[in-house]
Design a protein around this ligand. Structure first.
Ligand code: HEC
Length: 142
């Protein structure tokens, strides 16, 4: 009776052992995946693209900054990530998409300026075309 009991115990142990190995395998694989993801995430976060230093801006970019300060700065931050009335525009062209999810392209940003977007009022044609080019040049340095 006792012997049979022990055999049964041994069998159960063997089976459990296999289950345990399997579980450990899954656990190790999960840990591995998490480690790799964590690493990618950390590296991705540790090196945020910095705006081009002000003293390195060319003439057009500097003019664009003045346009920004006159037309956008009241609602948008350009060199820091905090939102104002609208989202911060730091890194606007370096990110894969605009806050709305639209592609971060010159065309789309120009359309946003002309037509407005949600709570952002349309500026229509009140931005001089040359100023607009300078503004876009500046936004690309952020
Ligand atoms: C009166 C305030 C105001 C001004 C001035 C303003 N914006 Fe905005 N802007 C906003 C707000 C608010 C939003 C967010 C709109 C929303 O999602 O409802 C926004 C959104 C945006 C977006 C994101 C659009 C998207 O698709 O996610 C861009 C780009 C932008 N503005 C650029 C500019 C530029 C460049 C200027 C200057 C020419 C400017 N804005 C002037 C308030 C303003």
């Amino acid at each position: 009776m006792l012997i049979r009991h022990r055999c049964q115990f041994f069998l159960v142990f063997c089976e459990n052992g296999q289950v345990r190995d399997f579980k450990q395998g899954i656990l190790a694989a999960t840990a591995g995946v998490m480690l790799v993801c964590g690493l990618v995430w950390t590296i991705g976060c540790e090196v945020p693209a910095q705006p081009k230093p002000l003293n390195e801006l060319n003439k057009h970019e500097l003019l664009g900054r003045t346009v920004f300060q006159g037309r956008c700065g009241v609602c948008h931050n350009d060199r820091k990530a905090e939102a104002l009335h609208g989202p911060a525009l730091v890194g606007v062209f370096k990110k894969p998409a605009l806050p709305s999810g639209a592609a971060a392209t010159d065309e789309r940003v120009t359309a946003t300026i002309h037509n407005g977007h949600g709570l952002m009022p349309p500026l229509g044609d009140t931005v001089d075309p040359e100023d607009l080019q300078d503004l876009l040049a500046y936004l690309h340095t952020l």
